[in-house]
Design a protein around this ligand. Structure first.
Ligand code: KG4
Ligand code: ZN
Length: 407
């Protein structure tokens, strides 16, 4: 009931802040995080903003794969079907009853309207029914907070090996990940401020400079497609399944990254652009089979050879990743951050990790792959920090989704 006490007392006085800090050191604070912004229904319990007690994700990705992308109505319907079992399992894995939960954190934007609505309405209902304070989280900010998880609860296990060589002083190449849902590779320490966050997901590509918790500036962002979206579109052109990122990067391993000279968009400041690159891939694929600009992209993959596809995947990936890394390096040189973190689904990309390791002279602790893509743990962690930094709780009778929420 710690968080209840805290929200009722949120008068901002120094005395209450001091007592809050004291309470945090004496008691454990557990937050249930709920995430439904796209096609993953996810719930997790995080303790004190750093200890992962559970992380359950149910994905409707298989249902969307046949359509080559997320179908919003199918995603929303799947959320309705599984959200309560997912939350139940998150509590059970964390060995928590509702009495052990201090607050609920939920993603309220950005994302698909129907998907967000299911998460928000579920969180509102549970907050009212179990008398818990409710915290509204920005999905993109949540991705950044996956980097603050450093510890593991008793039902999960810590993977000792490094998946990126950067921390071990290696070459940043990914090692094969154990297919064990309960095993996590976590950094030993939380990142320090000022912190440069490289946010690369299916819906967002942004560089954000955090001076402290909840005190940040957006340095730049994509002016058109997000990098993950570009991976997904290129995957369609070369006939790979949705989601495109993992399949393009897998195929790229066998291709020549210098086979094609795709253009890198020159954008002002820290902004990015990926639509020109995507079009260049389409034109190259059409040229490879001797067809003109109006040849339907959907039929290209039947006519491209395996070697051509692999070369396109590798050449595209090299330039897409370099687009992000060039700007990240520029921001690193200008702002001299103490730590650099990477967030969002594309953080799983091995070539991105390799190029960043070369470009940035700081050891970067990457989140476990299971914490890079959408999950409830990142939202629960952000919720913990909202409480610890006296951010206002949401009204459980009024919170509504904001599909276009920005940072
Ligand atoms: O963060 P996320 O799970 O969802 C959004 O908030 O968008 O990111 C999903 C995106 C998809 O576009 C997917 O293709 C991409 O992350 N992705 C990858 C990789 N794994 C996932 N992109 C490149 N390489 C990967 N290994
Ligand atoms: Zn995401």
């Amino acid at each position: 009931m710690l968080a209840n006490t805290l929200t009722e007392d949120r008068s901002g006085s120094a005395y209450i802040k001091q007592s809050n800090q004291l309470l945090y050191t004496l008691l454990k604070m557990r937050v249930l995080g709920i995430e439904t912004s796209c096609d993953e229904t996810a719930a997790a319990v995080v303790e004190d903003g750093h200890r992962l007690l559970s992380n359950i994700v149910a994905s409707s990705m298989d249902l969307h794969a046949q359509y080559g992308g997320v179908v919003p109505e199918i995603a929303a319907r799947s959320h309705i079907e599984v959200i309560l079992p997912v939350i139940h399992e998150a509590l059970q894995t964390a060995s928590c009853s509702w009495d052990d939960i201090d607050a609920i954190a939920v993603t309220y934007g950005a994302g698909l309207g129907g998907s967000l609505l299911i998460g928000v309405m579920t969180a509102r209902t549970l907050a009212i029914a179990h008398d818990k304070p409710l915290y509204a989280c920005n999905h993109v900010e949540g991705h950044v907070y996956a980097n603050f998880l450093t510890d593991i609860g008793p039902t999960l296990s810590r993977r000792p090996e490094f998946i990126s060589g950067s921390r071990a002083g290696g070459n940043g190449i990914l090692k094969p990940v154990q297919n064990d849902e309960s095993s996590y590779m976590l950094p030993e320490k939380q990142p320090k401020f000022p912190m440069l966050a490289i946010i690369v997901s299916g819906g967002h590509s942004q560089l954000v400079l955090f001076r402290n918790h909840f005190d940040y500036s957006l340095l730049g962002r994509t002016q058109d497609d997000a990098i993950g979206e570009a991976f997904d579109k290129v995957a369609k052109i070369i006939g790979l399944p949705y989601p495109g990122g993992p399949s393009v990067s897998k195929l790229a391993e066998t291709g020549d990254p210098l086979a094609y000279k795709f253009p890198k968009a020159k954008m002002p400041g820290y902004d990015f652009s990926f639509s020109g690159l995507k079009t260049a891939v389409l034109r190259q694929a059409q040229a490879e089979i001797g067809e003109s600009y109006d040849f339907p992209s959907i039929k290209l993959s039947e006519r491209l050879s395996d070697a051509q596809k692999a070369n396109i995947a590798a050449s595209f990936q090299r330039v897409a990743v370099a687009t992000i890394v060039d700007k990240a390096k520029q921001a690193f040189q200008e702002f001299n951050p103490t730590s650099v973190v990477i967030a969002g689904g594309v953080a799983a990309n091995a070539e991105l990790r390799r190029q960043l390791t070369e470009a940035i002279p700081l050891p970067i602790d990457y989140p476990d792959l299971k914490l890079c893509t959408d999950n409830g743990a990142m939202i629960a962690t952000l919720g913990c920090f909202q409480i610890m930094h006296n951010q206002p709780a949401a009204d459980p009778y009024k919170l509504v989704p904001d599909p276009n929420l920005s940072m």
